[in-house]
Design a protein. Structure first.
Length: 79
């Protein structure tokens, strides 16, 4: 799976687990709602700075954010 899709799915999973809407998350992270939607859909190459903002808004550390089965698989091809 493409890393943009992995990150987007992880954000969506954590957001839904926190019972937050995209609008709520965008407000808490000081980002635009449409930007959150495009990240979740794998359409954006999100910066680590914005991943940190999103993680903080979701009350998780970066370690917790990336501590997911999808990120724990190593692939030399990037797939």
């Amino acid at each position: 799976m493409d890393v943009k899709l992995k990150i987007g799915q992880r954000i969506k999973d954590l957001r839904e687990k926190s019972s937050m809407s995209q609008k709520d998350l965008a407000f808490a992270a000081d980002l635009d709602r449409s930007y959150i939607a495009s990240i979740e859909n794998g359409q954006r190459n999100v910066s680590i700075v914005n991943i940190e903002k999103i993680a903080l808004a979701l009350s998780v550390t970066l370690k917790e954010f990336f501590n997911d089965g999808e990120f724990n698989r190593y692939s030399r091809s990037g797939k």
